[in-house]
Write a protein that binds this ligand. Structure first.
Ligand code: ADP
Ligand code: TYD
Length: 203
């Protein structure tokens, strides 16, 4: 199974990706937990380029190429070999983030995103958890981390609102692989919900 977690910044994706990996490992499954941008050596180098610095450091078009290059490396070196070996792959963000952040956020590049994805990646997750949360809550959780990778958070609340609406529309567009999860509950309740859906999907 190839599972991705999506949602706005601070929605709880990383927390839940870790919890799901742990639960599946405890039940004897072989799990690779990874993230985007990043997940392979080359892609982690690209991560630093796209997540640090001024919000206007890159145009949306340049970003799209950088994120896609990172994903291609990640897919070639980590995700595809792990799936071929029969492992579960859990990825904190994947191509749906590009559909939203580059495809929707600054100009309408969705057509380019989809074409590049088809040409260079050509694979969707089997299951995608959309952790949905009020953007004000998400942004305050994300800002409380006080990290250095804040380029996107620095675009502010309006962008997060647009991204939330976009993710909900994307989930409606691909209902067979998306599961909508209410991220406003405590982390234990969210984790139980996620595990239930993951086990149901592989049954
Ligand atoms: P994301 O990966 O979506 O940005 P994180 O999992 O890193 O989100 O969570 C952002 C912050 O919110 C972290 O400090 C985390 O500990 C906290 N957090 C995660 N899930 C919850 C939850 N259900 N309730 C309250 N705080 C949470
Ligand atoms: P991430 O580290 O998952 O941030 P967070 O934990 O705050 O959700 O991702 C960093 C940022 O990268 C996030 O704001 C969204 C952005 N991003 C894109 O713009 N395009 C992409 O394809 C991906 C994978 C991420």
């Amino acid at each position: 199974m190839f599972i991705s977690f999506e949602g706005i910044d601070g929605s709880g994706k990383s927390t839940q990706a870790k919890r799901l990996a742990q639960a599946l490992r405890e039940s004897g499954r072989d799990v690779v937990l990874t993230r985007e941008p990043g997940g392979s050596t080359g892609a982690e180098e690209i991560r630093a380029l796209v997540l640090q610095g001024d919000p206007d450091r890159w145009s949306a078009e340049t970003e799209l190429l950088l994120f896609t290059a990172a994903r291609r490396d990640h897919m070639e070196r980590l995700i595809a070999p792990a799936l071929t070996a029969g492992k579960w792959v859990i990825c904190d963000r994947f191509a749906d983030s590009t559909r939203m952040y580059q495809g929707l956020s600054r100009g309408d590049l969705r057509g380019h995103v989809d074409k590049l994805h088809q040409m260079m990646i050509g694979r969707e997750p089997d299951l995608t958890f959309l952790i949905d949360i009020d953007p004000t809550v998400g942004l305050s959780r994300a800002k409380a981390r006080n990290g250095t990778e804040e380029r996107f958070e620095d675009f502010g609340l309006e962008l997060q609102k647009k991204m939330r609406a976009g993710f909900l529309a994307l989930a409606a567009q691909f209902p067979e692989r998306f599961r909508l999860i209410d991220g406003a509950r405590d982390a234990d309740a969210v984790a139980a919900d996620v595990l239930h859906h993951a086990l149901q999907a592989c049954a």
